[in-house]
Design a protein around this ligand. Structure first.
Ligand SMILES: [Zn+2]
Length: 171
């Protein structure tokens, strides 16, 4: 039995379509149980960021507290996800065929939503990596391979989740 010191975040996780839900819901167990979900099908109330910003053009972001929205609309925005203030939104593109990558994208954005520095995998490497991670990471980089892969994301997000659970770094 694992108990967490910090209060556990609960999200209403909306999949826009039943198809998206059936595809991704079975993989949610990749995300540690610190994050609790009530899974729904449909669209929460959404708002839009600055429509002149090509990063966010047409990108829907949930309004209700605790809502996470996963959608597959073809929109002009460059962003694949956003998370802040206990809300997150994740986009699934036609070319996103790897379900694990999509779950990691959800995990990334809900870490943002609870105030964790989900973009800082590299600057925080000295804090989250084990000795063996450091060796593999160095070899990886010497081969000029991108570190933005599920192996590293999973390790980093696991560490960030434990960090959130301990009450550190949240807003
Ligand atoms: Zn991010």
């Amino acid at each position: 039995m694992h108990t967490y010191a910090h209060s556990m975040p609960h999200f209403d996780l909306f999949f826009k379509t039943e198809e998206l839900r059936q595809r991704l819901e079975p993989h949610l167990r990749l995300i540690p149980p610190f994050f609790e979900f009530t899974v729904r099908t449909g669209t929460p109330e959404v708002r839009y960021f600055d429509q002149k910003d090509p990063m966010w053009k047409g990108f829907p972001f949930p309004v209700p507290d605790g809502a996470v929205y996963v959608f597959d609309d073809a929109i002009p925005a460059r962003a694949l996800g956003g998370g802040m203030q206990n809300r997150a939104s994740v986009r699934v593109r036609r070319e996103d065929t790897d379900d694990e990558v999509l779950i990691l994208r959800i995990w990334h954005e809900i870490l943002h939503a609870v105030g964790q520095p989900a973009d800082d995998m590299t600057p925080l490497a000295g804090e989250w990596q084990s000795v063996s991670d450091r060796l593999i990471w160095a070899a990886w980089q010497s081969l000029s391979r991108s570190v933005d892969v599920p192996l590293w994301h999973r390790k980093f997000y696991t560490w960030l989740t434990e960090r959130a659970a301990s009450g550190a770094g949240g807003r």
